[in-house]
Design a protein around this ligand. Structure first.
Ligand SMILES: [Zn+2]
Length: 293
């Protein structure tokens, strides 16, 4: 099987990392619109599942800014239905991917909003890979059923830090994303205690600034929204799966020997779609022969 068909990086997205002028808190701003648009193009999802996936991937993307080199996080938002979940993998280098379980694909979910989709037994499970085979998993319930507030709840319970998340998104009538933006606000350990409340209030009052449809997603546009903070870094983020034709070949066995032999006889190409990124891989008769050997 020749050819390098690794899932290539696609749309670039930039996350802005800021510090409050008093140096007491970090703020990350992520305009994930391009990333989410690219991601949603490949999946047939109902509007509520779309919103849940876009929210989870944007919140997860913000966490890239907190990671050390070489670290990876897998974030799974589990609904009350054990078969229905959203999974996002993010790496410190900005590679992100997100997908939903088969149960949520197509238009199968019957929920009319995120709270209903999550239900009252949802939970977030985060697995942290810090390299050298060391993995840590924490599982925290989702009492808010909003994903966004549940991420804050997760940090409070699991990391013992107060972290505020905000998410702003809008879809048109065709259910295409118009904008998708996330904020992470995290006071540093020595910060004064009322800082969080003050900034939360500020963010609530300035909601509209982040909801301008054609806001300049570049450095100026977003950081101008936060006049009391300085830009300290930018981080690129891109959809990346890492799947390959070779890696997915095993899925062909799932078709069974008979069907494989038949496809070979008919010189028929077989197609496998990666459930992680939606990329299609085509296997021709020659590929299948080498498989059946
Ligand atoms: Zn893939």
């Amino acid at each position: 099987m020749g050819g390098d068909e690794r899932g290539e990086a696609m749309m670039k997205t930039t996350m802005m990392k800021l510090m409050t002028k008093d140096r007491q808190a970090r703020i990350f701003l992520l305009d994930s619109t391009a990333l989410i648009r690219e991601l949603l193009k490949k999946q047939q999802l109902d509007p509520v599942t779309k919103e849940a996936l876009a929210t989870t991937l944007t919140m997860s993307g913000l966490l890239c800014g907190l990671m050390k080199d070489g670290q990876r996080l897998s974030i799974q938002v589990n609904t009350s239905n054990p078969l229905a979940y959203i999974r996002c993998d993010v790496e410190a280098n900005g590679n992100v991917r997100g997908y939903v379980s088969d149960e949520l694909e197509g238009h199968r979910a019957k929920a009319c909003n995120i709270a209903e989709l999550i239900g009252n037994r949802g939970f977030i499970r985060v697995t942290k890979d810090i390299g050298m085979g060391s993995m840590f998993t924490s599982t925290v319930d989702m009492p808010y059923q909003t994903i966004v507030e549940d991420f804050s709840h997760f940090f409070r319970k699991s990391e013992q830090t107060e972290t505020v998340f905000r998410y702003y998104s809008c879809y048109n009538e065709e259910s295409e994303i118009l904008y998708s933006r996330g904020i992470l606000f995290q006071p540093l350990p020595f910060a004064e205690s009322e800082l969080l409340a003050r900034w939360s209030e500020w963010m609530d009052q300035n909601d509209h600034k982040f909801r301008v449809p054609d806001l300049d997603a570049g450095e100026r546009g977003l950081s101008d929204c936060l006049l009391d903070a300085d830009l300290v870094g930018v981080e690129e983020m891109q959809l990346f799966c890492g799947c390959s034709k070779e890696m997915l070949v095993g899925l062909l066995y799932g078709l069974g020997q008979d069907e494989l032999a038949e496809a070979m006889r008919q010189k028929q190409d077989l197609e496998i779609v990666c459930s992680g990124c939606g990329k299609k891989y085509v296997y021709n008769a020659k590929d299948i022969v080498s498989l059946l050997k």
